[in-house]
Design a protein around this ligand. Structure first.
Ligand code: AMP
Ligand code: ZN
Length: 141
């Protein structure tokens, strides 16, 4: 299977073995390895082998494969590390905190009081505003 690649991309280099990683598993379309800046012990990444930067451009079947790989890793994390919870996180664009523009899903084990700022409080939205945006998005689907 051929994948798009980007010679300057750090994850493309990991995929071809130019840069080492702690590889957890690999299949035709995906690879999973440990994050070198772990938020908590066990923080790992499920990564597409091909170079697609974001969710809006990756083929749906590849995204499905990345999700399946993330689930396998998450199951091992839950079973072996018994965290208080696990976040699956996938960032798209610098504005969303994406630092490596090659699609990946973080498997992020959570620990009590780890202070990771992913959770936000509920603040009721304006119904008319929700509906107006809903109409625009529904028309764009
Ligand atoms: P994001 O900010 O969502 O794009 O996530 C990129 C992640 O890749 C960060 O959590 C980095 O710690 C991680 N990372 C960057 N370079 C490497 C590498 N060579 N090996 C493993 N993880 C890496
Ligand atoms: Zn890449």
């Amino acid at each position: 299977m051929t994948h798009p690649t980007d010679a300057g991309c750090i994850f493309c280099k990991i995929v071809v073995g130019q840069i080492p990683c702690f590889k957890l598993l690999e299949d035709e379309a995906t690879i999973a390895f440990m994050d070198i800046n772990p938020v908590n012990p066990g923080h790992a990444l499920a990564v597409a082998k091909g170079h697609w930067p974001t969710v809006d451009v990756i083929p749906a079947d590849v995204l499905s494969s990345v999700a399946r790989t993330a689930q396998k890793v998450a199951k091992a994390v839950v079973k072996e590390l018994k965290p208080v919870g696990v976040n699956l996180l996938q960032a798209n664009g610098e504005g969303a905190g994406q630092s490596v523009p090659h699609l990946h899903i973080h498997v992020m084990p959570r620990r009590e009081g780890d202070g990771v700022a992913l959770n936000w409080g509920y603040k009721p939205g304006d119904k008319a505003e929700i509906e107006a945006i809903y109409k625009r998005l529904k028309a764009a689907l």
